[in-house]
Design a protein around this ligand. Structure first.
Ligand code: G6P
Length: 615
C-alpha cells in the first residue's frame, strides 16, 4: 500500500526522503514522487514506476537543496498508475502540497462542490480533492494550515494518513491519521514522518505513533503538537523508544528479503517462544492470556479473523485449538466477516491475526466484534500497530520486521504463538494431559533445529524448481493440519511467480481438481507420517495413475512415497500439530526459486502490497 515519508530539520531532505521511500518499497506500489522546498520554490518530481526511476528523473530534472520534503509511493486506488496521478499533489494555488495513504470515500461530492467554486483538477485522485479542500478552508476561513487540515478532514469520510506542507509557512508539516498508519520520528531539532519507522531508524529510535483520529503540527526546531481531529482536544504525545535496529531491515547478504526471512525462521520461532515457554517448569507465560484466562478459556466459541497468509495461520490454529483446548473455532476472512452481519455474543472470543497489524479489513472486523461485546485478542508482529492497540489483549509474534511482500516468517511465528496459546488454554481447562503438554513443549523447543534441517533441502528444491518452472498450473494437496499449508504453498507460488496454483484438501481432489491432472501438472503433496498418511498415499496413487507429476513433502526416511513420487523433499519428524512449521519451509523455498528462475520481482511482486490499508 502507499507509503509516506517526510522530513523537516537541518539536513538536506532529498537523500533522507529518497532512502525512506526505498525502505518503504516493500509495502507494494506502482508510482513514486517527491516534493522539496528550497527556501524559495517548491519542487516536485513524480513518476510511474519504481523509486529508482524517480531518482533518475529527479536528478535529471531538479537541482534543489531543501531541508524540508515529503515523498510517496503510490498503490493505485482512484485513477490508474501514471505520472499525473502519482503523489504529491499541489493545490490550485501551488502553495500546498500533500501526500496521502488511504481513500477519501466522499471525494466525488467534495470535488463537485470545489469545481463549482472554480477549482480545477489535473488528476483522477481523491487526494487532489483533499488538498484543494484544505486550500479552500484556508482562503475562506482565514485559518492556519493545521486548523484548515482539521476542518477539511472533518468533512471527509474514509481513511487516511496524510502529510501536508504549505510553502508560505515553511517551518511546519501537518500530518493526520485515520485508519492508515503514521509515525513521527523525533530527532535532535529534526522530525521525520513515515508510514512505519523504517525510513527514520538510522536517525532516531524515538517515535510517536499517532492514534486513529489524531493529527499533529510538526514545527521545525520546536515541537510536535498532537490533537484530536474531531474535537480539537490536545493530546500529550507519547514518545516511544523503538527496539528495532537497522540490520533487521536490511538484506544481510541475501539476494532477497524473502530468502533472508525464510532463513530467519529458526531464530524467529525461538524468539517467539523465548521467555514464554519454560519447559523445565512446565509453564507457558503469556501476559495477554494470563490476565484474561477465565474469559478466554470459558469462551463458547473462538472466531479467528484474518486475511491472506494470516488467514492460513488461522486455519492451522483452528485444528490446534479444537484438538488441544477443545474450544469450537471458526475461521473467517476478515473482509467477509465485517460485512455479513455475523452472530457474535459476549461469550465469543475473536482473535485477529495480522503481521502488519494494519490490515484495514482485519481492523474493521475487530471493531465490529468489540461493538458486539466479544472479547478481542490480537496476534500481530508489528509492535504498537493499530490492531495491537485496538484489541483488548494480545500476543506479539516477535518475528522481527518482515519486508518481503510474500509472508514467510510471519506465518510460522503466528502458528507458534497460537500453539502456545492453545497449549496454555488446554492446560488450564484440563483438556490436555500433563505429559502431553510437556511433550509438546519439548518438541516445540526442538522445532528451530528441525527448521534448520528442512532448510538444507535448498539445493534439491532448486533442481525441482528448474524442472517445473514453466508449468502453467500447479496443485497443492494436504490433509488435516497440512491442508492450510497446501493453501499457503499455493498462495506463495501465485504471489511471486504468477503461476496459477490451487491448494486443496487431498481427499477433495476427487471432487474436481482431479479433472485437471495430466502429465503436465505438477502436484505437490504433503504426506508426512503423522496425520492420515495412508489416505494421502492413496491420493498420490490416484494422481500417479493419471500421470501427474508428484512432488512429495515427506517425513525423513519415508520410502513409500519415494517409490511413487517424481521427487521427494524430506522434513524431520515431529508431532502432527507441529508439522506445519516444517512442511511450510520447502514450499516457501520452492516458490522462491521458481520466481527467481522466472526473473520475477520476488520482494515486490506486481499488484501486491505488504500491508493492505484500504478495503
Ligand atoms: C497482504 C500481504 C500478505 C498478507 C496479507 C494480510 O495481502 O501481501 O502477505 O498475508 O496482506 O496481512 P497482515 O499484515 O494482516 O497479516
Amino acid at each position: 500500500m502507499c507509503g509516506i515519508v517526510g522530513y523537516i530539520g537541518h539536513r538536506e531532505a532529498y537523500p533522507i526522503v529518497l532512502k525512506g521511500l526505498q525502505r518503504l518499497e516493500y509495502r507494494g506500489y506502482d508510482s513514486a514522487g517527491i516534493a522539496l522546498y528550497d527556501g524559495e520554490e517548491l519542487k516536485m518530481c513524480k513518476t510511474k514506476g519504481k523509486v529508482a526511476d524517480l531518482k533518475n528523473k529527479f536528478e535529471e530534472e531538479v537541482t534543489t537543496n531543501g531541508t524540508v520534503g515529503i515523498g510517496h509511493t503510490r498503490w493505485a486506488t482512484h485513477g490508474e498508475p501514471n505520472d499525473v496521478n502519482s503523489h504529491p499533489h499541489y493545490s490550485n494555488s501551488g502553495d500546498l502540497v500533500i501526500i496521502h495513504n488511504g481513500i477519501i470515500e466522499n471525494y466525488d461530492s467534495l470535488k463537485k462542490e470545489l469545481k463549482k467554486r472554480g477549482y480545477t483538477f489535473k488528476s483522477d485522485t481523491d487526494t487532489e480533492v483533499l488538498v484543494n479542500l484544505i486550500e479552500d478552508v484556508i482562503i475562506n476561513e482565514k485559518v492556519k494550515l493545521g486548523k484548515a487540515v482539521q476542518i477539511a478532514l472533518n468533512q471527509t469520510i474514509g481513511a487516511y494518513a496524510i502529510a501536508v506542507f504549505n510553502k508560505t509557512k515553511p517551518d511546519e508539516i501537518v500530518v493526520a491519521r485515520l485508519g492508515s498508519p503514521l509515525a513521527i520520528g523525533v530527532g535532535e531539532d529534526e522530525f521525520f514522518v513515515a508510514s512505519d519507522a523504517s525510513p527514520f531508524l538510522e536517525f532516531t529510535n524515538n517515535a510517536i505513533y499517532l492514534e486513529d483520529g489524531e493529527m499533529a503540527v510538526i514545527r521545525r526546531d520546536k515541537d510536535v503538537k498532537v490533537r484530536k481531529i474531531h474535537d480539537d482536544s490536545l493530546v500529550d504525545p507519547y514518545v516511544q523508544e523503538l527496539q528495532m535496529n537497522l540490520e533487521q531491515i536490511e538484506k544481510g547478504g541475501y539476494e532477497h528479503f524473502m530468502l533472508k526471512e525464510i532463513h530467519e525462521q529458526p531464530n524467529a520461532i525461538s524468539d517467539t517462544y523465548r521467555g514464554r515457554m519454560l519447559v523445565d517448569q512446565g509453564i507457558i507465560r503469556m501476559a495477554g492470556v494470563d490476565d484474561n484466562m477465565e474469559r478466554i478459556a470459558n469462551a463458547k466459541r473462538i472466531i479467528i479473523v484474518a486475511c491472506g497468509t494470516s488467514w492460513h495461520a488461522g486455519l492451522v490454529a483452528e485444528y490446534i485449538f479444537e484438538d488441544i483446548a477443545r474450544i469450537p473455532v471458526e475461521v473467517e476472512y476478515a473482509s467477509e466477516f465485517r460485512y455479513r452481519n455475523p452472530v457474535i455474543s459476549e461469550n465469543d472470543v475473536v482473535i485477529s491475526i495480522s503481521q502488519s497489524g494494519e490490515t484495514a479489513d482485519t481492523m474493521a472486523a475487530i471493531k465490529l466484534a468489540k461493538e458486539k461485546g466479544a472479547f478481542t485478542f490480537g496476534v500481530c508482529n508489528v509492535v504498537g500497530s493499530s490492531i495491537s492497540r485496538e484489541t483488548h489483549a494480545g500476543a506479539y509474534t516477535h518475528a522481527g520486521p518482515e519486508i518481503g511482500v510474500a509472508s514467510t516468517k510471519a506465518f510460522t511465528t503466528q502458528i507458534t504463538v497460537l500453539t502456545l496459546m492453545a497449549l496454555k488454554l488446554g492446560k488450564f481447562k484440563g483438556t490436555i494431559s500433563h505429559s502431553d503438554f510437556q511433550f509438546h513443549l519439548q518438541e516445540l523447543e526442538r522445532i528451530p533445529e528441525k527448521v534448520k534441517e528442512a532448510l538444507k533441502s535448498d539445493e534439491l528444491i532448486q533442481e525441482i524448481a528448474a524442472k517445473y518452472k514453466d508449468a502453467p498450473n500447479c496443485l497443492y494437496l494436504g490433509r488435516g493440519y497440512n491442508f492450510p499449508v497446501a493453501l499457503e504453498g499455493a498462495l506463495k507460488l501465485k504471489e511471486i511467480s504468477y503461476i496459477h496454483a490451487e491448494g486443496y484438501p487431498a481427499a477433495e481432489m476427487k471432487h474436481g481438481p482431479i479433472a485437471l491432472i495430466d502429465e503436465q501438472m505438477p502436484v505437490v503433496v504433503i504426506a508426512t507420517k503423522k496425520g492420515h498418511y495412508e489416505k494421502v498415499v492413496s491420493n498420490i496413487q490416484e494422481i500417479k495413475s493419471r500421470k501427474g507429476k508428484i512432488i512429495g513433502i515427506v517425513t525423513k526416511g519415508d520410502e513409500e512415497v519415494r517409490d511413487l513420487a517424481d521427487y521427494v523433499i524430506e522434513v524431520p519428524e515431529t508431532l502432527e500439530s507441529l508439522t506445519p512449521l516444517l512442511t511450510t519451509i520447502p514450499l516457501q523455498l520452492l516458490s522462491y526459486h521458481i520466481a527467481v528462475l522466472l526473473g520475477k520481482n520476488v520482494d515486490q511482486p506486481r499488484n501486491l502490497a505488504k500491508s493492505v490499508t484500504v478495503e
